[in-house]
Structure formats: structure tokens, C-alpha cells
Design a protein around this ligand. Structure first.
Ligand SMILES: *[C@@H]1O[C@H](CO)[C@@H](O)[C@H](O)[C@H]1NC(C)=O
Ligand SMILES: *[C@@H]1O[C@H](CO)[C@@H](O)[C@H](O)[C@H]1NC(C)=O
Ligand SMILES: [Zn+2]
Length: 481
């Protein structure tokens, strides 16, 4: 990255929420009656009229507490923190800034096909948005057959029920299924960090969305590339923005069609979620992603095997203990359960912890809502660029020392990212008998290298909280998208 460019944007500052008068004061958690007085943001968040696109319609019950933080730099044009709140009035958005003609060539990738004609991508040819796609369609039946033909054994693990760890005590206690949600278990086949110290594999989830172009413009200004984990339903809503992400040389990866907790699905439903998202991305870009991120990080050995059979490698975010993940919490500003200052304090902790790791790291961030984009472009990314020691910030595929072409089936030369699917030993696909806890075929062959399984604390309630908030928020705004 170019430091000359950065200096225009990087102004050293010790920033505190509502810095005018609240210098380094930590507001204690308020009783709801007094929170409005303690937090200037509350008055803005309540009075706003119609909810703008990209923000939540759900009013916070009480204003989330404001906390102190300190950043090495912020963007002088940042939206003030007092305006990055639930129910904020709509900021201007750029919209897709470039309309690419059909056939435009992604010259930065060898062997990439020209861009498809967006007028041929008709929503009527895809499943309903934000709903689990039906499994009886010819397309899904074909993908199910492809999974059977892959030769990859899908372990016979029962789907979980909604409600996360508390609602699934037996599954949560069953270490053999390696369920990330309850204890943070990972396999060697999951990407959980970047290998090199002080390297940040940048990611943004849940778009493309109304404010994504503002993020793209900032990333261009500071010459950063990210990994976008895109939701198939949002690709239907914003295909031109997806093309712009791709043509700007960001990595595009799968984040499912309707954003479910994947372990709650049957095999067939999981295949439909991944298959449709791969397909719509291919239809809009001409290339098919080889990486994905499970919504809420909800993956176990059954979902691992299904995604592997569909040539998708999972990318998680870094987890440093059973209860501590590198999650900025940026998603929750729009819904009112987190304050912008809390997100920045989270970022400060993340960067502090990351500096002590022997490896690099991956952090959870989002571009679905205006608030998350504003906190990234105004605060988190400028701070990261000014961090001492310096960070290397790049898409996950790059931090893994792979060329961008390895991110897509059509441009992968199979040298550094060989395909996993052999197609030689067709298998039977079992859906998992209720109550079954039998686990893991091929993926368990790690030769005792299951150290990650030892983190087995039960992170109670995590799924419930995350699941409810996303579904509620997406449902609340889908009329605008
Ligand atoms: C990082 O370290 C701080 C202590 O400095 C701790 O409070 C925090 O929970 C840690 N975890 C994460 C994910 O930031
Ligand atoms: C890479 O492997 C895939 C899957 O087997 C195959 O379709 C593709 O043609 C291969 N690409 C090259 C350049 O060999
Ligand atoms: Zn998500």
C-alpha cells in the first residue's frame, strides 16, 4: 500500500466517543431511564422518521452504552460517531459507479471469461429471496447428484435444532462432530487465520448492499482489497455492485442464499443454499467461488463435508478462546444492541490480541448496513492503516499466499489450490437420523491432530442471539432491498 496516499487520510488522533466533552470517560451501563441523558446518540436514534434503506426498522429498547477507545488515526471525512447509531438517517450512497458492458474482460485474471450480460440475470429464474430454496427443483437435484458423485463421504450427523448450544445439549457435548458454534472446534480444512504474523485477511459479509459502493470507494482510495462473502439473495438485488467488487479485484466468496444456520439444515437444504449462491455468482461474474463462510460460523463435520464436495473451502474468523472471537460486533449497531464506540473498543482489543499472535488473523465485519460501512471507512480501516507495528491487509486468498485466480473454479490452475473432488467413488447421501451422533468420515483423518477440539466450553446462547438478530433485521429491511 502507498503511504503517500495514506497520509492524506490518516490524521493521528486519540478518538473518544462524542469526543467533544466525554474524553476517555467510560459510561457505566445505564438504567434505561437515564441512558438517553448519558448517551447523546439516543436522541438521534429515536427521533428518525422513515427507516432508510440499509438500516434497521427495529428501535432499540434502550441505547447501548458508550465506551472509551483510542485509535491511532481516523478518516477526517468520517461520519461522526454520534450519527452511527440505530435508526440513523440515510447517508448518501454512490450506487454502482461503473456499468460494465457484457463481455468486459477481467484482465487481472488469466483465463477469466468476460462478464455476463446482466439483463439476462432474471430474478424469476432464481428462488425467492431470503428464504431457503426448495430442494425438489431440477437444479438442486443435479447438485445433490453431484455431491453423491464427488466421492466425499458425508458423515451421518443429525441436523441441530434452532437455538444453538442450549437447545442442542447432546450435539454441543459431542466433540466428534467438531461443531464450531459450541466450543470453537475447527479442522485443518478450515481457514481460520492468515499464516503470517501481523497479516490481516480482510473480510466483509452479507452484501452486496446499498452502502457497499461507499466501502468500495474508500478501499480504492487507500488501495486495499478485501474478501466479500456475498449472500445469493443480495446478489440478485445488487448484481452491478457485485460486478464492481469483482472488477476492482476484491475476492468474491459464498455466504449462502438465505443466511441460515447451516447445521440446522438437512443435507439437501445445505446443498441448495450453497448451490444457488455459487450459481448466481457465476451468472453475474462468469466465475465460481471456491471459498465460503458459514453464516454465524455455524459449521460441523457434516456441513464441512458437503461444502468440500461442492468445492468450497470454509473461511472462519479467528477465535482465540472458546468465548473470544475476532468479531467487531459491527453488525449490531444497526439493530441497536451495540454502540459504535463499543465496536471500536472491540477493534482495539482485537488488534491488541492480534499483535501477540504468532500468526496473522481474520476479523468478522459486514457491509449490509450503512452503520457498518461507516465504522469501517471512518474508523477501523484508517486505524488499521496507521497501526504500529504496521499490518499487511489483504484478501484471505492472498494472505494464504495464493494468486487471486485460485479463488475461482474457472481461473484456478490447480497448482496451489488443487480441487478436492475426485468424482471417482460415488457415495450414498444420508440425511442424518434424528438423535444420531455418529461422526466424521474422511475429514476426521487428521492423525490425532484434533487439538482444536479441546476448546470445548459451551458458548451458550451465541447462536440464538446472532440468529434472531439477523433474521429480524433482514426481514425488517427486505422491502427496501
Ligand atoms: C483481547 O484482549 C482483551 C484484553 O486486552 C480482552 O478483554 C478481550 O476480550 C480479548 N479478546 C478479543 C477477541 O478481543
Ligand atoms: C482444475 O480442476 C477442475 C476440477 O477437476 C477442472 O474442471 C479444471 O479443468 C482444472 N483446471 C485446469 C487448468 O487444469
Ligand atoms: Zn453473515
Amino acid at each position: 500500500m502507498k503511504l503517500s496516499l495514506l497520509s492524506v487520510l490518516a490524521v493521528p488522533a486519540a478518538v473518544v466517543a462524542h469526543g467533544d466533552h466525554a474524553a476517555r470517560h467510560i459510561y457505566p451501563r445505564q438504567a434505561s431511564g437515564s441512558s438517553a441523558a448519558a448517551s447523546p446518540s439516543a436522541s438521534r436514534s429515536s427521533g428518525s422518521a422513515a427507516a432508510p434503506p440499509g438500516s434497521s426498522t427495529a428501535a432499540p429498547v434502550s441505547s447501548p452504552p458508550t465506551v472509551a477507545f483510542s485509535l491511532p488515526s481516523t478518516n477526517p471525512t468520517a461520519v461522526p460517531l454520534s450519527q452511527i447509531v440505530s435508526g440513523a438517517s440515510a447517508s448518501p450512497t454512490l450506487g454502482a459507479t461503473t456499468a460494465y458492458p457484457a463481455g468486459a474482460s477481467p484482465t487481472f485474471l488469466s483465463n477469466a471469461p468476460g462478464l455476463p450480460d446482466l439483463s439476462k440475470v432474471l430474478p424469476a429464474n432464481y428462488p425467492a429471496l431470503d428464504k431457503p430454496p426448495p430442494t425438489d427443483s431440477p437444479q438442486v437435484q443435479q447438485w445433490i447428484q453431484d455431491v453423491k458423485n464427488s466421492g466425499i463421504d458425508i458423515p451421518n450427523i443429525a441436523p441441530t435444532v434452532a437455538g444453538g448450544c442450549p437447545a442442542n445439549a447432546q450435539a454441543a457435548a459431542d466433540t466428534s462432530r467438531c461443531w464450531w458454534t459450541c466450543g470453537g472446534c475447527t479442522r485443518d480444512t478450515d481457514v481460520t487465520t492468515c499464516p503470517d504474523k501481523l497479516t490481516w485477511g480482510l473480510t466483509h459479509d452479507d452484501g452486496p448492499a446499498f452502502y457497499t459502493p461507499n466501502l468500495l470507494q474508500y478501499l480504492d482510495q487507500v488501495q486495499l482489497k478485501t474478501t466479500f462473502f456475498v449472500v445469493g439473495s443480495r446478489v440478485i438485488s445488487y448484481p452491478a455492485i457485485l460486478q464492481e467488487e469483482y472488477m476492482s479485484q476484491h475476492q468474491i466468496a459464498v455466504h449462502t442464499w438465505s443466511h441460515p444456520a447451516m447445521t440446522t439444515l438437512t443435507n439437501e437444504e445445505a446443498i441448495a443454499e450453497l448451490g444457488w449462491t455459487k450459481k448466481v455468482i457465476h451468472d453475474v461474474l462468469g466465475v465460481t467461488p471456491q471459498y465460503w463462510r458459514p453464516p454465524y460460523g455455524d459449521i460441523d463435520d457434516r456441513i464441512r463435508a458437503i461444502s468440500r464436495a461442492m468445492n468450497l473451502t470454509p473461511i472462519m474468523w479467528t477465535r482465540i478462546s472458546a468465548t473470544s472471537t475476532f468479531d467487531t460486533g459491527d453488525f449490531n449497531i444497526a439493530g441497536g444492541s451495540t454502540s459504535a464506540s463499543q465496536v471500536l473498543a472491540n477493534w482495539e482489543s482485537i488488534i491488541g490480541n492480534a499483535t501477540g499472535l504468532d500468526t496473522g488473523f481474520i476479523v468478522l465485519e459486514h457491509d449490509l448496513f450503512q452503520q457498518a460501512v461507516e465504522i469501517a471507512t471512518g474508523y477501523i480501516l484508517p486505524a488499521a492503516l496507521a497501526n504500529q507495528p504496521p499490518l499487511k491487509i489483504e484478501p484471505v486468498v492472498s494472505c494464504l499466499h495464493k494468486p487471486l485466480g485460485d479463488a475461482y473454479l474457472e481461473t484456478n490452475d490447480n497448482k496451489t489450490n488443487p480441487p478436492v473432488v475426485s468424482g471417482s467413488n460415488p457415495v450414498t447421501l444420508s440425511s442424518g437420523a434424528p438423535g444420531s451422533s455418529e461422526a466424521t468420515g474422511a475429514l476426521n483423518n487428521n492423525g490425532g491432530k484434533n487439538a482444536a477440539v479441546s476448546m470445548q466450553a459451551n458458548v451458550g446462547g451465541f447462536m440464538t442471539a446472532a440468529g434472531v438478530s439477523l433474521v429480524a433485521l433482514v426481514a425488517g429491511i427486505s422491502v427496501f432491498l
